[in-house]
Design a protein around this ligand. Structure first.
Ligand SMILES: O=c1ccn([C@H]2C[C@H](O)[C@@H](COP(=O)(O)O)O2)c(=O)[nH]1
Ligand SMILES: [Zn+2]
Length: 204
């Protein structure tokens, strides 16, 4: 008898995330590391093989403590505002690159790049910017940025994610399966077991 039903075990999952959502979500995940109380920005650089070659978020330079440098933005003393000190997400993503260069790459970023980042993007050879928010579009730094990017033929466009939320749920993992210890446990299996124990101890 021929079956009228599709064998689900043989079909691929349908609700996997798109490339654009994946790279933008990666930028957003990086932004979660930011200490900026007002704007957490993340950037993710991707090459033409869809490989991530750089990730960054806005933060104080190495050796400049997040505790000692200011995070405010409206002190009358410029030296007490973050702007003179913080490294922007795009700069960090380029500097953190794990490839020889980022020529012809695309950068995914939560906030439209400022003029300083536009210069870095252009000089690094990045050819496309995909951004979410343009909340500083009225600022001279954004207007100058667009002028630079237009002149240098760097494409930019605003992305609307296909899913408004992507939830990372660590408890989705198949703990039961991971818990099956082999007869002669390898070192990594013991570590896995310890991890499971510590997760359960945290009541996750
Ligand atoms: O191209 C950019 C522009 C800004 N940022 C960072 C720098 C600051 O930490 C915040 C902006 O702070 P506001 O309070 O929204 O002015 O965003 C960046 O990483 N890249
Ligand atoms: Zn910038």
């Amino acid at each position: 008898m021929t079956t009228l039903f599709k064998d689900l075990s043989k079909s691929k999952r349908e609700n996997y995330i798109s490339w654009h959502d994946y790279f933008m979500a990666t930028a957003f995940l990086a932004a979660k590391r930011s200490k900026d109380p007002c704007s957490q920005v993340g950037a993710c650089i991707v090459n033409d093989e869809k490989k991530i070659v750089g990730i960054g978020y806005n933060g104080m330079p190495i050796g400049c403590s997040d505790e000692d440098f200011p995070w405010s933005k409206d002190s009358i003393d410029d030296l007490e505002n973050k702007y003179l000190y913080v490294c922007h997400a795009e700069l960090n993503a380029v500097l953190n690159k794990n490839s020889a260069d980022v020529k012809n790459c695309t950068i995914y970023v939560g906030l439209f790049p400022c003029n300083e980042c536009a210069k870095v993007i252009i000089q690094a050879g990045i050819k496309e910017i995909i951004y979410l928010s343009d909340k500083h579009s009225h600022k001279t730094s954004t207007i100058a940025s667009k002028r630079l990017l237009d002149a240098a033929n760097v494409k930019y466009w605003q992305y609307m994610p296909q899913q408004c939320q992507i939830i990372i749920d660590f408890s989705e993992i198949d703990w039961n399966n991971m818990n099956q210890m082999p007869q002669t446990p390898e070192k990594h299996d013991v570590e896995k077991h310890e991890l499971i124990d510590s997760v359960f101890n945290l009541n996750l």
